[in-house]
Write a protein that binds this ligand. Structure first.
Ligand code: FE2
Length: 490
């Protein structure tokens, strides 16, 4: 712990003379954060941030856009040019003089859109990142791969730990689907699908081990900074859920560490939102996304799906602010987004004690008299050779297959024009597979009574596998493409 504090002081006092200094022994009460700043466009929000007088500013990535020049290959020279452009922006100069800054990167300052470990000049890019942010020549960050970093600020009982992850340097390639999605600014791109590739990686072994050690460092509040969203799972763009095993690994590490006070800060999405998962770890895990120093959508846009969303700011430039009122017996944590005028557009407060692992009740063992009826639990009928399980069919996107499963949930949608039959009781579950019945050639409209005829029955469906957001599905257009498997005679 002492080593961490001493190193923090060294790092910040060695920054360029125009950078604001920080006293690591003082408790932090206001921490600003955000991402996505195109250095070629005005950045008035930097003055708004400075006016809010935060103790510290955390840059979560896309701090410059190095890869936007059409037809121009990204070279170390190009990245340097873009950093020089940002250095010359008066709002940046004023902000840097007013407020200490810590940073990690995302794809555009890394140098490759949605890029990862494969990027050829990542080491050059890393050096330029350190040069720009004034990382001292003797800092351990200069000699290791990746720009990850951590600091603790404040005295015992009021410590805030800042952990900046590097989600680029080590990240394995992502799996794209055959579908196409309209991205925020209207261009068309391939969305990402969950990948079960065992080579999938976000942090790399060294960074994972480092993170495990950081979570042992004593602190009351831990701001875990990830350039891309950790909790949000439904949108088709970059997110931890693209590699579910890595997302699960992060949750397990947080759970096993019993670290209190963790809040995730994220960026990248050109929107602001607050998500919370009550299942990821043993207390509510918040992920607040601030993404649009000057890249927030400029016009109102419809909200994308996010089952974990608490509140959002789907358009407009903004930054985030974490506040901690240490004067209360149970300190109060505030999570905010603020717009260009400095107005609060999203706010949530809670006592710090909320972020403490709760003991989970052991699973209840049903007693004999708890049984509601004597009906045996439904089981799936025998699957003939060549007929796939949902997990097997999920790997055949674009192919025509026959899949079989026990219907565990479902519902009629689109005013009865479609019926969804799911292999999992929770349609949002990672392993869920959906069979979708269209009206074409089928008996409709559908309603709850139609669904009840399929519930707890084994269905066998033939058709082409596609993706709806992150869920694999098979669409039935002809009545004879779907059969309900009769129970085998006992
Ligand atoms: Fe990004």
């Amino acid at each position: 712990m002492l080593r961490v504090l001493a190193w923090s002081l060294l790092f910040l006092s060695s920054s360029s003379p125009l950078s604001a200094q920080i006293d690591p022994s003082k408790p932090l009460t206001k921490i600003a954060f955000g991402s996505c700043a195109d250095q070629g466009k005005p950045l008035p929000i930097y003055d708004t941030i400075a006016a809010a007088k935060p103790d510290l500013l955390l840059l979560l990535g896309d701090n410059i856009y190095a890869d936007l020049d059409k037809g121009r290959k990204v070279t170390p020279q190009v990245i340097q040019e873009k950093y020089e452009l940002l250095a010359a922006v008066p709002e940046w100069q004023r902000l840097k003089a007013a407020c200490p800054v810590l940073a990690t990167w995302d794809d555009h300052d890394f140098g490759k859109n949605d890029g990862g470990a494969e990027f050829e000049i990542k080491d050059d890019s890393q050096k330029l990142f350190h040069d720009f942010f004034g990382t001292p020549a003797d800092s351990p960050r200069r000699s290791r791969k990746g720009v990850y970093d951590a600091h603790v600020f404040g005295p015992e009982g009021k410590r805030v730990q800042v952990v900046l992850l590097d989600t680029r340097y080590f990240r394995a390639g992502l799996k794209t689907t055959k579908g196409r999605t309209i991205a925020p600014y209207g261009f068309i791109r391939e969305p990402y699908a969950p990948s079960s590739d065992p080579a999938g990686a976000f942090l790399g072994d060294e960074q994972w081990n480092w993170l495990a050690e950081q979570l042992k460092v004593p602190a009351e509040v831990r701001l875990l900074c990830s350039s891309i969203q950790v909790i949000s799972e439904d949108h088709p763009f970059e997110k931890w859920a693209n590699v579910p095993a890595e997302q699960a690994r992060l949750y397990k590490l947080l759970r096993d560490s019993k670290a209190k006070g963790v809040v995730i800060l994220s960026g990248d999405r050109h929107l602001g939102e607050l998500s919370v998962s009550t299942k990821a770890i043993d207390y509510p895990l918040y992920d607040i996304t601030a993404s649009g120093f000057n890249q927030g959508a400029k016009r109102w846009r419809e909200q994308e799906r996010n089952a974990y969303r608490v509140s959002s700011m789907p358009y407009g430039d903004h930054f985030g602010l974490v506040t901690v009122d240490w004067s209360a017996a149970d300190p109060v944590v505030g999570l905010q987004l603020r717009d260009l005028a400095g107005e609060i557009t999203l706010k949530q407060t809670f006592p710090l004690s909320l972020l403490t692992p709760q003991k989970k009740d052991p699973p209840k063992v049903p007693k004999q008299d708890d049984k509601k009826d004597d009906k045996p639990a439904p089981v799936e009928e025998k699957r003939p050779e060549g007929v796939l399980t949902p997990a097997e069919a999920a790997k055949k996107v674009g192919e025509t297959v026959t899949v079989q499963f026990l219907v565990k949930s479902g519902r009629a949608v689109n005013e009865g024009k479609r019926l969804l039959l799911n292999s999992d009781a929770d349609f949002k579950a990672k392993d869920n597979f959906t069979v979708l019945l269209n009206q074409k050639g089928m008996t409709g409209p559908y309603d709850k009574a139609t669904y009840d005829t399929f519930k707890d029955k084994t269905i066998r469906a033939t058709g082409k596998v596609s993706m709806y957001m992150t869920t694999p599905q098979l669409q039935i257009d002809e009545a004879d493409s779907l059969v309900v498997v009769e129970p085998a005679k006992k």
